[in-house]
Design a protein around this ligand. Structure first.
Ligand code: PRP
Ligand code: ZN
Length: 285
């Protein structure tokens, strides 16, 4: 046992690349992870364990890994005793009831008496109970989407992200059962490595914050400064610079990423020109 923090991530799947990308944005050098079960980060006291996502909650609960990155869907299903420390903003998907394109499911009540195949029996059972529905659940360990065409189920209950898997299997989503995204979980004995964990969490939070913001730069006519300040949200004190042309000012500001296209037109009408919107690599507040 080295004293490194042990982080579990999905070995191969929807969350793998995005989890590693987040770590790399946090400054971690991770090499050659393909085919390996454990990789030590080169410049940070952390080992990355590559595991099946379904196993991550249990490994973290038992302390084999100190922390893990996994979908909320898996955490709920496994009912493990772990703490959720941070929502990570990627891996967004939902657990959906889906049925063959040539059939119809008009109301949720039509689920009664049907056979539903899923890898999420616990979440599905809770959903059925909550809605007073009575259906038979068949638990499969994977490839749920082929169950209807094999004739072993009427419906499926599975994760939908882009919808490609459903489309390729001629299935349509109908009712949403659960929303999910990737989160960071920890075990109770991650405490002994608090210092490393806090360092990592601080970095992750600053990266997430930066991802939700953009750096806006533009030139404006001097006399429209007040109007520009009114248009830009969350702007307490923009950076205002003088330009060689004395009728103009340069204004720089950090804005929430999703507001840019809402204010773009107004900025133009207020006379803004040379508008640049840049990504922010890191943000420490
Ligand atoms: C889910 C699900 C589908 C896929 C759907 O698997 O079982 O295979 O994602 O994504 P799509 O709508 O973008 O096609 P998941 O990644 O959760 O991994 P799993 O292998 O552990 O089921
Ligand atoms: Zn899985």
């Amino acid at each position: 046992m080295n004293g490194n923090l042990k982080l579990a991530v999905q070995k191969k799947g929807r969350l793998t690349e995005k989890s590693l990308e987040l770590l790399r944005h946090c400054g971690m050098e991770i090499e050659n992870y393909s085919e390996r079960l454990v990789v030590t980060v080169r410049n940070f006291p952390m080992d990355i364990l590559f595991l099946r996502d379904d196993d991550i909650p249990e490994y973290v609960q038992d302390g084999v890994a100190d922390i893990g990155i996994v979908g909320e869907n898996v955490i709920y299903e496994k009912q493990s005793k772990t703490d959720t420390m941070e929502k990570l903003g990627f891996g967004k998907c939902s657990l959906q009831l889906a049925y063959p394109e040539n059939k119809e499911l008009k109301t949720l009540g039509d689920v009664n008496g049907k056979i539903i195949a899923t890898t999420y029996p616990k979440i599905l059972k809770d959903f059925l109970n909550k809605n007073n529905l009575d259906a038979k659940i068949i638990e499969l360990s994977g490839s749920v989407e082929i169950a209807p065409s094999l004739g072993i189920a009427d419906l499926i209950c599975d994760i939908v992200s882009t919808g490609n898997t459903l489309m390729m299997n001629k299935l349509k989503k109908s009712f949403k059962v659960f929303d999910s995204e990737a989160v960071m979980i920890s075990s109770s004995n991650a405490n002994s490595k608090n210092e490393i964990l806090n360092d990592l969490l601080g970095r992750i939070r600053s990266v997430l914050k930066a991802r939700s913001s953009k750096y806006l730069m533009m030139n404006i006519p001097k006399n429209s400064l007040d109007e520009i300040i009114r248009i830009i949200p969350s702007l307490k004190s923009p950076t205002v610079l003088h330009l060689a042309d004395e009728h103009l000012l340069a204004v720089h500001a950090v804005i929430p990423s999703d507001t840019f296209w809402q204010i773009f037109g107004e900025l133009k009408s207020a006379g803004a020109s040379g508008i640049l919107l840049l990504p922010i690599e890191n943000m420490i507040l």
